[in-house]
Design a protein around this ligand. Structure first.
Ligand code: ADP
Ligand code: MG
Ligand code: MG
Length: 238
């Protein structure tokens, strides 16, 4: 359902994503493992189509359609969602307003509470303002709730556990299962073994490339062996 063909991105004369070709199937949960700086978030931004990341080479194909020229909002309309590594703040609006897109999404209170419960937040959060009074972990949970409500066809979760304590892996698992049961394809970027084990298939990213794919157990073992050698290439563009 998502295919990258020879995707290449350079920045300041350095290779960030190196001729990446990879295909993800419909309704499967994938993990993308890899050290810091290997290009995982950059890959997420390219798939989402962020303004400054559309100058890549190669093609992004979504459900048989080339989406290279589509903006973030056009890609959202196709059902692509990104949950950022660092959640953004929306000063001045409540969690309820944020989750319902200012009331545009018609959700019953029961549905809202079900989603909040899934991400481990109580009803009291609905009236909280989404600002710096929330912890990073709380904002991350709100972001996950927001993505769940949108029922995306493709969702990229960039380190969903960052800022959230280690005890919350059950929450992450419930979130992944919920996306999958709604028919989504899920790409989870993570450093955590427990999270990779929740997925159907794993990829190891290294130096702007997909180095290997396989079962989570295979890729975790491979990653452990290669970890030290697997940094960003930081290669100059030829
Ligand atoms: P990861 O998410 O795997 O930790 P990133 O995708 O954030 O890695 O970054 C990949 C590499 O690209 C890093 O070496 C980073 O410094 C570099 N990079 C990202 N954005 C830019 C940019 N705008 N200019 C120069 N280098 C960048
Ligand atoms: Mg990182
Ligand atoms: Mg990152």
């Amino acid at each position: 359902m998502l295919e990258l063909k020879n995707v290449f991105l350079e920045r300041e004369n350095r290779v960030i994503i190196k001729n990446m070709s990879v295909a993800f199937e419909d309704n499967k949960v994938y993990s993308i493992l890899g050290n810091n700086g290997v290009g995982k978030s950059t890959l997420a931004y390219i798939i989402m189509g962020l303004e400054n990341y559309r100058d890549h080479k190669g093609d992004i194909i979504f459900n048989s359609k080339k989406i290279n020229d589509l903006s973030v909002s056009e890609r959202s309309k196709l059902g692509i969602t990104l949950v950022w590594q660092e959640p953004v703040r929306f000063e001045g609006i409540t969690t309820r307003e944020y989750l319902t897109l200012g009331g545009k999404l018609k959700l019953s209170n029961e549905e809202l509470l079900k989603i909040l419960n899934l991400v481990g937040l109580s009803e009291a959060y609905l009236d909280r303002i989404v600002d710096s009074s929330l912890s990073g972990g709380e904002r991350k949970r709100i972001e996950l709730a927001s993505a769940l409500i949108l029922k995306p066809k493709l969702v990229i979760l960039d380190e969903p556990d960052s800022g959230i304590d280690i005890m919350s892996t059950d929450m992450i698992e419930a979130v992944l299962n919920h996306f999958k049961s709604n028919g989504a394809t899920v790409l989870v970027i993570t450093h955590r073994e427990e999270i990779a084990r929740m997925t159907d298939e794993a990829y190891l990213m290294c130096g702007g490339r997909m180095l290997a794919s396989g079962t989570p157990d295979e890729i975790i073992a491979f990653y452990k062996r290669l970890c030290d050698k697997c940094s960003h290439t930081n290669q100059p563009v030829e």
